[in-house]
Write a new protein. Structure first.
Length: 319
């Protein structure tokens, strides 16, 4: 390991996906549901950040400090709850030699203490298939019930944190809160990944080496595959329902396969590897560039054993 500062429609069955309320990633509210503010509830956001020589600690109740969609609702009977957690983020991240999928971990935590947890359940609840649903993609958002913050809540389960509000993509309410009067068309630090690297919105420096170069929207380097899925894979064309419907093409956008890059930032003027949450796939990063801290590990098997409803289990294989 190296320290960073020393310098990687055929059938889509959407009619059945309407039943997609998994034990691990249930639907929350429709984007059309009216907003509910934390002020509507006696619960308040409680988040405190401290540091020592080696770590940044985020002690939080996970309750959002901005408007959310309406919870509970007929499709997801779990209101936004306070869930006490303490995350530990390394101040000196270590790069991994290989890509590590984030499914067994909460990917990161926002500055307001809300979890960034983008992983989805697997096709027919079979992690060995390698086909993972992507709740943040446009094709599935309304079926997973993500709200206008690209977030929803977790349900009751032996390994889940009931009512935990978590982001799958662009956290619009958080960005609005952090941007203030300066506006959001600039680079904004949103939080930290479990490996310690910072997470920013979809803006970065026009020249990654020049703090005075101004800000531009940074683009993902993933693109949708063409054609139909292969024999034995989920039936249908590559339409964005699954993570595996996309492929990385170096140079297609500004970011690498981790949805990040090495660049200077206002908080790190000497430069650092940074993740970005983007408006297009993968939205929130799905892989770790560095070694995640154990405090972010899911209390159970993560998305490998995430329940899917019977309707999705009937999704046939491509002939």
């Amino acid at each position: 390991m190296k320290n960073l500062h020393n310098k990687k429609s055929a059938r889509t069955m959407l009619a059945t996906i309407g039943l997609i309320c998994t034990v691990f990633f249930p639907p929350a509210c429709s984007k059309n549901n009216g907003p509910e503010t934390p002020a509507d509830n006696a619960l308040k956001n409680e988040t405190r950040l401290t540091t020592d020589a080696d770590y940044r600690y985020i002690k939080t109740n996970g309750y959002p400090d901005h408007e959310t969609g309406e919870f509970p609702n007929p499709f997801c009977p779990f209101e936004v709850s306070a869930v006490d957690e303490e995350y530990r983020v390394p101040l000196n991240p270590e790069l991994l030699d290989t890509m590590l999928p984030a499914g067994a971990y909460i990917f990161g935590v926002a500055l307001n203490g809300v979890a960034v947890d983008p992983a989805g359940p697997f096709w027919n609840r079979n992690a060995a298939s390698g086909w993972e649903f992507h709740p943040a993609t446009d094709t599935l958002q309304r079926f997973f019930g993500v709200d206008f913050n690209n977030a929803h809540t977790q349900p009751v389960g032996p390994f889940t944190m009931e009512g935990l509000y978590h982001y799958h993509g662009m956290p619009n309410g958080l960005i609005e809160e952090l941007a203030g009067s300066a506006g959001n068309e600039r680079m904004i630090l949103l939080g930290y990944a479990a490996d310690g690297f910072p997470v920013y919105n979809n803006y970065g420096l026009a020249d990654p080496t020049d703090l005075s170069s101004g800000y531009v929207q940074v683009q993902s380097s993933y693109k949708l595959k063409a054609g139909n899925r292969a024999s034995g894979e989920p039936q249908g064309k590559y339409d964005g329902v699954f993570v595996q419907d996309f492929e990385y093409e170096q140079g297609h956008g500004d970011l690498d396969q981790y949805n990040g890059r090495f660049a200077k930032t206002p908080e790190y003027p000497e430069g650092i590897f940074q993740y970005h949450i983007t408006s297009a796939f993968p939205h929130s990063p799905l892989y770790f560039r560095g070694k995640p801290d154990i405090s972010f590990r899911h209390k159970g098997p993560g998305n490998e054993m995430a329940e899917v409803p019977p309707a999705l289990n009937n999704w046939p294989a491509q002939p």
